[in-house]
Design a binder for this molecule. Structure first.
Ligand code: NAD
Length: 453
């Protein structure tokens, strides 16, 4: 179904044009201009799909995409330089270099929660590394998908970049093609399907997945700030953020105070939007039903009202939740925050290890030892000390999961590297030709031992 499109791109790739620095730079500039020109339409699409306000859409979709393009344009030339490495004594006279080579034609599959940013940011990486790309946006955000298709069609020849819109059938048809790279963002379940499909062609992949990301609030934390930052990170985009705190573990000594503060901040941050009808929607009726089913898993301390017509669920705080309850068996991915208490940090380690490696982890403490104990003894993609979500918003930190929360990383130079193959080339001198490797005998053995010991 998509063989001719992929082959067309491969032919274009073989012309070598995408490898030129000037070409990559120009395409990134064109992409930025196209987003700027179509800004109003993109914001409108995000409003229609997820009821995102212009401010939220700019903060979490357009802004990070611009930042990624600007950062890449600033550094691309230096990233593209082959990296000279040392050579051992056995290689005297030769020079070793690592060349960053584009893979060829990349497939980018995007989810719906940040439907613009998560389609275009990987594309910035693919272009910066000199690849052609096919972008498959999520069908669950159809207005944004259409807007992306229009934007990319206007900007690029399909032999270089093309959007393919559609649902699971389209995604699976694309996955049958022997792409040179696959970059997937989405759920763990579909990640497994993508990995299996990629294995058929031994295609290298990045999997940006999700998971249950904990926020740990220790007894010495600055409670008010912790509560505010957790409430913001959790309920932003109606909790539909891959790195949103999924649940909170709070030290029992500060639990009552924390609960009070997190309720206060949630109301302060989101009540106005709820009143004005500008709080983001849950993506679909099916997702809203799933979330509504979780409400009986604990005691509702705040929120809990949902409306099927407007597809909204008010920011909800749950306590008295059983660790075995259904809400704790999958990523919540909606505006419900269960809060648990702990007595010791060992208990925290056990509880977090009980679940698959999370994509993010947040620890709130003023104690460096607690910081180290948590960050060094638990496996997670990345995270923050005394904040939530913000580690994802800097181009200087690679962003990705580990184990069940993903494979590989991107953002900034890491996007460029992700979409590049590191090709090692050893250039040998023709002026000298040490006889050692051609000879047998005692002397050779002696020198070999010296060289390799
Ligand atoms: P999803 O896995 O359902 O869909 C993602 C993409 O895969 C869509 O384009 C969809 O069309 C396609 N798809 C769906 N089912 C498929 C199948 N059976 N075969 C092939 N393709 C298929 O994910 P979603 O619901 O769009 O997004 C939510 C998930 O994504 C959450 O788990 C969230 O944590 C995760 N996520 C991760 C990141 C990250 O950067 N790590 C970012 C955003 C979202």
């Amino acid at each position: 179904m998509f063989t001719s499109l992929r082959e067309k791109q491969k032919h274009f790739f073989y012309t070598g044009q995408t490898k030129e620095y000037a070409f990559r730079k120009k395409q990134l500039e064109r992409l930025k201009e196209a987003i700027q020109t179509n800004e109003a339409e993109l914001l409108e699409a995000l409003k229609l799909d997820l009821n995102k306000t212009n401010e939220e859409a700019f903060l979490t979709e357009l802004g990070p995409t611009y930042q990624e393009i600007n950062h890449t344009l600033k550094h691309l030339k230096e990233w593209m330089e082959p990296e000279k490495v040392k050579t051992p004594a056995s290689h005297v006279g030769s020079v070793g270099k690592i060349h960053y080579e584009p893979y060829g034609v990349a497939l980018i599959i995007a989810p719906w929660n940040y439907p613009l940013q998560l389609a275009l940011s990987p594309l910035v990486g693919a272009i910066s590394a000199g690849n052609c790309a096919i972008v498959k946006p999520s069908e669950l955000t159809p207005h944004t998908s259409k807007a992306i298709a229009k934007l990319l069609d206007q900007t690029f020849d399909e032999a270089f970049v093309k959007t393919v819109e559609g649902a699971v059938d389209v995604s699976q048809a694309l996955l049958k093609e022997p792409f040179d790279y696959i970059f997937f963002t989405g759920s763990v379940g579909v990640g497994k399907i993508v990995m299996e499909a990629a294995s058929k062609n031994l295609t290298p992949i990045t999997l940006e997945l999700g998971g249950k990301s904990p926020a740990i609030v220790h007894e010495d934390a600055k409670l008010d700030l912790a509560a505010k930052r957790i409430a913001w990170g959790k309920f932003l985009n109606a909790g539909q953020t891959c790195v949103a705190p999924d649940y909170v573990l709070v030290h029992e000594r500060v639990y009552p105070a924390f609960l009070k503060k997190v309720k206060k901040h949630t109301k302060a941050l989101f009540d106005k939007a709820l009143l004005k009808g500008t709080y983001p929607q849950v993506v679909s009726g099916r997702h809203l039903e799933r979330l509504a089913g979780f409400l009986s898993d604990g005691q509702v301390e705040l929120g809990g009202q949902y409306n099927k017509e407007s597809r909204t669920l008010t920011p909800t705080i749950l306590t008295e939740v059983n660790w075995e309850a259904s809400i704790m068996q999958e990523e919540i991915f909606g505006p419900i925050l269960p809060i648990f208490t702990y007595q010791s940090l060992d208990e925290v380690l056990d509880k977090v290890r009980d679940k698959a490696n999370p994509l993010a982890l947040y620890v709130f403490t003023e104690n460096k030892k607690v910081e180290a104990l948590i960050t060094e003894n638990l496996s997670f993609g990345g995270g923050c000390i005394n904040d939530t979500v913000m580690h994802l918003a800097t181009p200087y930190l690679p962003f990705g999961g580990v184990g069940e929360s993903g494979t590989g990383a991107y953002h900034g130079v890491e996007s460029f590297r992700t979409f590049s193959h590191r090709k090692s080339i050893l250039k040998q001198s023709t002026k000298v030709d040490l006889p050692l490797r051609y000879k047998q005998g005692k002397l050779t053995m002696k020198v070999l031992r010296k060289l390799f010991n």
